[in-house]
Design a protein around this ligand. Structure first.
Ligand code: GLN
Length: 487
């Protein structure tokens, strides 16, 4: 459908003069106003600013000064990335009234590429969750079925792209938060290599794992956005010097990657329909002439335990800054300084965030640090080495399911954190190893809920991931199927 133009299709329409960026942005705003009441993917939308940016892009194009692939293309951001002068809430009560005084590096780079910085998207509070249900501002609903979660924590980013509210969004992924919602909502979601994209201006959850990445309805768009936002940033010492170049124009070559299928991932309980869709994707690659090898990642079953020690430890330290003093919610009942800290944090954070701060503080406390944090770091090394061994043995890419299930029902798992945590089993290993991972839409269940498979590549091989995804996209139609939204 028209409104579902991908970024590259919109670019052609802008180039031919079929539509202007301003007209397109107006249509998207209308669509959001009529349909997002139920979906709740947006926490905010600065219409005036978006229309102003779109007009400026149209003007540049009219003057023959277009800035390239993303000029005039609307891109929405998970609301944990700083946009100057706009609210930056991270889905939390504690930051409900905080406005960012500066732009994140990704925002600066997108602006420099001419993109229209569009909606601010809903998310699990501080990106902690797999269902968007921990957002203080209400859960996001899955456009495919409003009784289901869109996944999380970048649930708003996935739902907005799936619902045709924007062609591309950015999310963040610490343990699967781009890939799992992408798979639940039937779109692509790329978590680049750790360090590929600057984290400056991304509110930190677990700094050794966090990574920003794009979600879109076609592979080419992921490549163009990655090209625009990657690269060295003096403000993020973990950013990698090399920028991805070339964008979607680099994706046209013939590829026949050697694909590793880790046997342990297929021994884990999962929905029958997920298993059969993923097996069909493997068969497709074989038919294209790719060698498929069974491989082993023997320590991957330890990944969830290691992650929930490392991520909570880092979160407990990162979230210490939200103390009621400078920019956060401050309790009205506090009588002295200690009460300002305790009550502001007690009132401002939700249950899941508190649970993680407590867990992480415990894991780091003296006497327990070696037993938990240090041990988890050792497990992390083992997991990274498992991947390296396979890549050294000639495996180009690893293929797995993205999540063991399709989108689950709202309220179904939120009371049971352990079940929720275990759902991240397939996505967490790539974060622990710092590797790029991509979720590719590959079909739907009998209940019409999307299914995705995951591709994992060696460090900095995002373009190989995208090329392999394009090989799949060229022969399959899952990415073209739209949710039943009534128009
Ligand atoms: N679901 C995982 C968690 O709750 C991953 C979150 C993320 O990647 N931000 O921690």
């Amino acid at each position: 459908m028209e409104i579902y133009k991908t970024a590259s299709q919109l670019r052609s329409a802008l180039e031919s003069g079929e539509v202007s960026s301003e007209e397109w942005v107006k249509q998207l705003i209308q669509r959001i106003e009529s349909l997002d009441g139920e979906i709740n993917s947006h926490l905010g939308l600065d219409k005036e600013s978006a229309l102003g940016q779109a007009k400026a892009a149209d003007q540049r194009r009219a003057n023959g000064e277009s800035l390239g692939a993303l000029d005039g293309i609307p891109i929405s951001l998970k609301n944990n990335m700083a946009i100057k002068g706009q609210k930056l809430t991270c889905g939390s009560h504690i930051l409900e009234n905080f406005e960012s005084p500066y732009d994140a590096t990704v925002v600066e780079k997108l602006k420099a590429a001419g993109a229209v910085i569009f909606g601010r998207l809903n998310m699990d509070e501080f990106a902690m969750g797999s269902s968007n249900e921990t957002s203080y501002f209400g859960t996001t609903r899955n456009p495919w079925n409003l009784e289901r979660t869109p996944g999380g924590s970048s649930g708003g980013s996935a739902a907005a792209v799936a619902a045709g509210f924007c062609p591309v969004s950015l999310g963040s992924d610490t343990g699967g938060s781009i890939r799992q919602p992408a798979s639940f909502c039937g779109v692509y979601g790329l978590k680049p290599t750790y360090g590929r994209i600057s984290r400056y201006g991304l509110v930190a959850f677990a700094s050794s794992l966090d990574q920003i990445g794009p979600l879109a309805r076609e592979v080419d768009d992921l490549a163009d956005v990655l090209t625009a936002v990657s690269g060295l940033d003096p403000k993020d010492s973990s950013s990698y010097p090399e920028t991805v170049t070339g964008g979607s124009s680099e994706l046209n070559g013939e590829v026949k990657p050697v694909i590793g299928v880790p046997k342990e991932f297929f021994e884990y309980p999962m929905d029958e329909e997920v298993l059969s869709s993923v097996k069909a994707a493997i068969a497709y690659y074989e038919k294209q002439g790719c060698e498929v090898r069974e491989i082993s990642l023997p320590n991957s079953h330890l990944s969830v335990s290691a992650y929930y020690v490392i991520a909570t430890a880092e979160a407990s330290s990162n979230l210490a800054r939200f103390d009621g003093i400078r920019y956060t919610h401050r309790s009205k009942d506090a009588k002295d300084l200690m009460e300002v800290y305790f009550k502001s944090r007690g009132e401002g954070f939700g249950e899941e965030v508190k649970r993680r701060i407590i867990l992480g503080t415990f894991a780091l406390s003296s006497g327990y640090h070696d037993a938990y944090y240090l041990k988890a770091q050792k497990v992390r090394t083992l997991i990274r080495e498992d991947f390296s061994k396979n890549f050294e043995d000639g495996v180009d890419l690893i293929l797995t399911p993205t999540a063991p299930t399709t989108a689950f029902k709202i309220d179904e798992s939120i009371q049971d954190p352990l079940t929720m945590y275990l759902n991240d089993i397939f996505t967490i290993p790539a974060n622990l190893a710092g590797l790029p991972g991509l979720s590719v839409p590959c079909g739907a269940s009998s209940e019409n809920l999307p299914i995705g498979f995951q591709l994992i590549a060696p460090h900095f091989k995002e373009m190989s991931l995208l090329q392999a995804a394009k090989l799949y996209e060229n022969g399959n139609e899952a990415h073209l199927v739209r949710p039943p939204l009534g128009n």
